[in-house]
Design a protein around this ligand. Structure first.
Ligand code: MEV
Length: 323
């Protein structure tokens, strides 16, 4: 039987979170911590999943029951990915998936979207359909929406395309940016953010104060556009300032937290060019833009403030078949 191993990177949001859910752009970079999936064709017409990083062992069900019944949360993305693939491209065999991750699903690096992308890429190769990146994006994004109901798809795009991207909601624009190096320090708050709940709270705020929230999104959009230009020019001082402004808007949206603020303040006091939360907020990670001279001061300040430094590199390669 045929077997393939695929890997996809995690991601970090640089600019534009939340606004990107509502038809605005964002800037995202793929990180060198990867999710790996081994996908095997079997002759028993069963779907089997082992995903130790999300506590799934020996999970299985018939291929024609995918998406039905009680599904453990750690299995949802992979199961719906297989379901969506076979609805479009029927398979006459079973599928066994085993995943492994360089990073914990706690960090907010996008392990669910990376596993979705890995499985769909693997099936696209094994079945001979060889989907191009846009088709892979559309099917992966559909899978994420089936489960989460809401989301921009930026994490799916980062997992597929890699590098650093200018991205507009739903993949309306996916533009790879040529940026050599982004010097980031990443601080983990120790708190797992619940993206879906935070997105729902932002949606409630939008319903209560539509004009105010739209104004915030417009301002974030402008910052993201300007940050894109300055990143391409390598004007990191300006990019840092824009990060600080973006953080102010995120604070206004109510998605920052005491711990995030403490790590951001510590990074700024230690000389970071800019600092902000990255992702949904409420927890997960913050990012600080540094120079070679300030990196170690910023790292130790974040640690002193109770954060954990995540040693990840931006601009990582997108999904690929491993040999
Ligand atoms: C979550 O990491 C980032 C959000 O903008 C959601 C999304 O873009 O799907 C809050």
């Amino acid at each position: 039987m045929k077997k393939i191993k695929v890997s996809a990177p995690g991601k970090l949001m640089l600019f534009g979170e939340h606004a990107v859910v509502y038809d605005r752009p964002c800037l995202v970079t793929a990180v060198d911590q990867r999710l790996k999936a081994t996908v095997e064709i079997t002759d028993d017409n069963m779907f089997c999943l082992d995903a130790p990083e999300v506590d799934i062992a020996g999970y299985q069900k018939p291929m024609d029951c995918l998406g039905t019944g009680e599904i453990p949360s750690g299995a949802k993305f992979v199961e719906f990915a297989v379901k969506n693939f076979i609805e479009k491209y029927p398979l006459t065999y079973g599928v066994k998936v085993t995943t492994a991750s360089d990073f914990s699903s706690q960090f907010g690096f996008g392990s669910s979207s990376a596993s979705t992308v890995c499985v769909l890429k693997a099936l696209s190769e094994l079945s001979g359909k060889k989907l191009d990146n846009k088709k892979l994006f559309d099917l992966s994004y559909k899978t994420v929406l089936d489960i989460q109901g809401k989301g921009s798809g930026f994490d799916v795009a980062a997992a597929i395309y890699g590098g650093t991207l200018y991205f507009v909601t739903g993949g309306k624009v996916i533009e790879p940016l040529t940026i050599n190096e982004i010097s980031l320090v990443i601080g983990y708050t120790g708190i797992k953010a619940d993206t879906v709940t935070i997105m729902a709270s932002v949606f409630e705020k939008m319903k209560a104060q539509p004009e105010r929230v739209e104004r915030i999104y417009d301002a974030i959009e402008k910052l993201t556009e300007d940050a894109k230009i300055k990143m391409l020019e390598g004007d990191w001082e300006r990019v840092g300032k824009f990060m600080d402004f973006n953080q102010e808007y995120l604070r206004d949206l109510g998605v920052s937290s005491e711990k995030l603020e403490a790590l951001i303040l510590a990074a700024k006091h230690a000389g970071a060019l800019g600092a902000k939360l990255s992702g949904a907020g409420g927890g997960d990670c913050m990012i600080a833009l540094v120079t070679n001279d300030t990196r170690k001061f910023v790292e130790s300040a974040i640690e002193k403030a109770g954060g954990q430094i995540m040693h990840v590199k931006p601009n990582a390669k997108g999904v690929r078949v491993e040999v």
